[in-house]
Design a protein around this ligand. Structure first.
Ligand SMILES: Nc1ncnc2c1ncn2[C@@H]1O[C@H](COP(=O)(O)OP(=O)(O)OP(=O)(O)O)[C@@H](O)[C@H]1O
Ligand SMILES: [Mg+2]
Length: 212
């Protein structure tokens, strides 16, 4: 997005990214959950947050519904508003990652272009996690009764019914939450986090340790 302000100057942090990683015992980064409504984003994100926190991780969930009460309270579900919602989340997630957190944004985020922009904001620390439960499975679950409402025409632009979901082409991880249980899905996620967010050897070397 074009920066509108002029006369602005950025300032470098004096705490190195690697210093934050060493203090936390893991890298910072973004675990971006995408998938249909009822695919399990909220269920897995909050369970994963709790388990990782107990293991000593700095971790925080940004959940679709919660964010729409605050940061994105002014936005609806048109493609433009969805784009702006995801742009904001992408930027906030990148800040959390930079601060050393593992941040778990859990949003339907149906448009590929919006997710790509979030990926660009997050940089190398961005991991796209696709929860691949099918429309049939998700509609069968319908824990919030949203599919029923959408089928009746009471919810316009509902993903999967009257608005598209563009599947990720190359997600870092895909979990079939339509077949696997919550526990099985969590086991995959916990193992993934252990590897993907380990502090790289060069960041714990003596040379890096001298950095502020
Ligand atoms: N492997 C699984 N992972 C996650 N949830 C599962 C799994 N298997 C079954 N479920 C069930 O599927 C439902 C998923 O609902 P959840 O609210 O987490 O979806 P969501 O993706 O956050 O939807 P929304 O986009 O509407 O917020 C829950 O009732 C959960 O118990
Ligand atoms: Mg949810």
């Amino acid at each position: 997005m074009t920066v509108r302000s002029t006369n602005i100057t950025t300032t470098e942090h004096r705490v190195a990214k690697e210093a934050r990683w060493r203090a936390n015992g893991h890298r910072g980064g973004v675990l971006w959950f995408t998938g249909l409504s009822a695919s399990g984003k909220t269920t897995l994100a909050f369970e994963l947050e709790q388990r990782l926190f107990k293991k000593g991780y700095q971790v925080y969930v940004l959940d679709g519904d919660n964010i729409r009460y605050g940061l994105s309270a002014d936005l609806g579900f048109s493609p433009t508003d969805r784009g702006e919602n995801i742009r904001r989340i992408g930027e906030v997630a990148a800040l959390f990652a930079d601060a050393g957190y593992i941040v778990i944004p859990a949003f339907i985020s149906p448009y590929r272009r919006d997710r790509e922009l979030a990926r660009q904001a997050g940089g190398e620390a961005f991991h796209e996690i696709h929860l691949t439960a099918s429309l049939e499975v998700c509609e069968g679950r319908d824990p919030k009764g949203l599919y029923k409402k959408a089928r009746r025409g009471d919810i316009p632009e509902f993903t999967g019914i009257s608005a598209p979901y563009e599947s990720p082409g190359h997600p870092e991880l895909a979990i079939n939450t339509g077949i696997l249980s919550v526990e099985e899905s969590l086991a995959i996620l916990l193992e993934y986090v252990d590897h993907a967010f380990a502090v790289p050897a060069e960041a714990i070397s003596d040379r890096a340790a001298l950095a502020p």
